[in-house]
Design a protein around this ligand. Structure first.
Ligand SMILES: [Zn+2]
Length: 489
């Protein structure tokens, strides 16, 4: 978002001319205020702790790309532990094990005509990169409690959700809460390797049973502090859409032969030119409704020129141009192109018979797999380069409804639970299990009630993953409050 500060200079120059209309529009962009009742007194006073999260981290429920290397024992042990850790949940809710390892809890509401609330998470974690174990201040599966944090794999991704949600239900049960609307808790065991066996099956069971749900809350955004530049308030990121990944293979066939008699361009040389062209001519950048909303929300808190840039449609191209100029922000307004792998001949003095390059795209909502493939062929503009998609590529997610009453329930709960927070929709660059649940509702929201600061940011999938202990404990109250608020019709 640093790009904004460079926009200011340009805007100031423009101001001299058509300034008055722009200024008027900018003045209409007021900081957002929210009317939310205080949190439920019984919940805000409730004692909560991060003890169970620490225990949960000690089960090394690691997903491995190679299914033969996968060890189900920690998964089984984790599920058995859940039964003892959450006695009220396991007596009041129905628990089903779906497709051997995924978990579905049903808290039946008194009014079965209401579409159920669906809260999801995953209890598998990514492996620790070999050789980096010693870089952890506390071992990755220690669940150590130190320096005000709970340390280990899953602290942010995503045992924080699974345990937080179960704690929230346990808390409400201890207060004799009875839902009118059915609450479903669905926890996959293979999100980190695609989620097909977990969320894929869970979604199918839910679809057959209920057809649709009220809304889905899964992992994704966090409450950020000091991460959005220039914004003093904590910003709660609710991801309402996610990009998808598409891997494209480019290959060129050559005659091979000895390197002492090379052709003008070898297969690898031709491939290199194609890859270079793809980096040079990117997919077109454009403002999606979700990024437009995000920028308006952020700008409403920022300096006057920031408001001006965002509030005026005439300046949209300028804003997009500035976002594209920075790698950190470019991916929010266009499908990204990453040239990642290449191979030629197996030996220095052998001409390649087949040169292969791999390009990974992250598709912006609104673009498509077909559209990216057409773009590649057009930009490469060389019939000797063979282009094909690898694997079974997915389209980007739809953009969830962020004007719905259900979104308002989530937003209100966030405002209730986090003082001075600015909630906003945003686009997620990573993939989650939500894609399996898309057919169940338009209200797909990705949010974790945990506060992320700059030092914590690199923890998920990285080293020293951790979460603030009192922050996690507070998140439990958030889940309980959300389950209550979602009872609204
Ligand atoms: Zn995750």
């Amino acid at each position: 978002m640093r790009a904004f500060f460079r926009i200011f200079v340009v805007i100031l120059a423009l101001l001299a001319g058509a300034g008055s209309v722009f200024s008027w529009r900018a003045l209409q962009l007021k900081p957002r205020t929210f009317a939310a009742p205080p949190p439920d007194a019984a919940l805000s006073g409730a004692a909560t702790s991060a003890t169970h999260l620490a225990e949960a981290i000690r089960f090394a429920t690691v997903s491995t790309q190679d299914t033969a290397a996968w060890d189900p024992a920690p998964f089984v042990a984790f599920r058995e532990w859940l039964v003892t850790a959450f006695p009220r949940v396991h007596s009041a809710l129905t628990r089903e094990v779906v497709n051997e390892h995924a978990l579905l809890y049903t808290w039946k509401g008194s009014d079965t005509t209401l579409a159920p609330l669906l809260l999801t998470g995953h209890y598998d974690v990514v492996p620790v990169e070999p050789g980096t174990e010693a870089m952890w201040t506390h071992p990755p599966f220690s669940g150590d409690s130190a320096d005000g944090h709970i340390w280990g794999r899953g602290a942010l991704d995503d045992k924080v959700s699974v345990i937080g949600i179960l704690e929230g239900a346990e808390l409400l049960l201890s207060q004799a809460f009875i839902p009118q609307r059915t609450i479903l808790l669905a926890f996959g065991h293979d999100e980190e390797v695609g989620g097909q066996r977990g969320a894929g099956h869970l979604a199918e069971v839910i679809r057959q049973r209920y057809g649709r749900v009220q809304m889905l809350v899964d992992e994704g955004g966090f409450v950020t502090r000091g991460i959005v530049p220039g914004i003093a308030r904590p910003v709660a990121i609710i991801s309402v859409a996610e990009k998808s990944s598409l891997t494209v293979e480019l290959s060129v066939t050559g005659a091979g032969g000895h390197s002492s008699v090379p052709p003008e361009h070898s297969a690898l040389g031709i491939l290199g030119r194609a890859l270079y062209r793809l980096e040079d001519t990117q997919m077109p950048a454009r403002m999606t409704p979700v990024m437009s909303e995000f920028l308006r929300n952020i700008a409403s808190e920022g300096a006057f020129v920031m408001k001006m840039a965002v509030a005026n449609p005439m300046l949209e191209r300028l804003v997009i141009g500035q976002l594209v100029a920075q790698p950190q922000t470019a991916s929010s307004v266009r499908t990204s192109t990453a040239v990642t792998m290449a191979s030629g001949s197996p030996k220095e003095n052998v001409l390649p018979i087949r040169a292969v390059g791999i390009v990974n795209f992250r598709i912006l909502p609104g673009d498509s797999v077909q559209g990216v493939l057409e773009h590649v062929r057009r930009v490469v503009n060389d019939t000797s380069v063979h282009v094909r998609a690898l694997g079974s590529p997915r389209e980007p997610s739809p953009i969830a409804d962020f004007r719905s009453p259900e979104f308002a329930i989530l937003e209100r709960t966030i405002v209730q639970m986090y003082d001075g927070v600015l909630p906003t929709p945003n686009l997620l660059s990573a993939a989650t299990d939500t894609r399996h649940y898309e057919s169940l509702t338009r209200n797909v929201y990705r949010f974790v009630p945990a506060v992320i600061t700059q030092p914590l940011l690199s923890g998920a999938h990285g080293t020293n993953e951790r979460i603030g202990s009192t922050d996690f404990a507070h998140g439990i109250r958030f889940w309980a409050q959300l389950m209550k608020n979602a009872q609204d019709r």
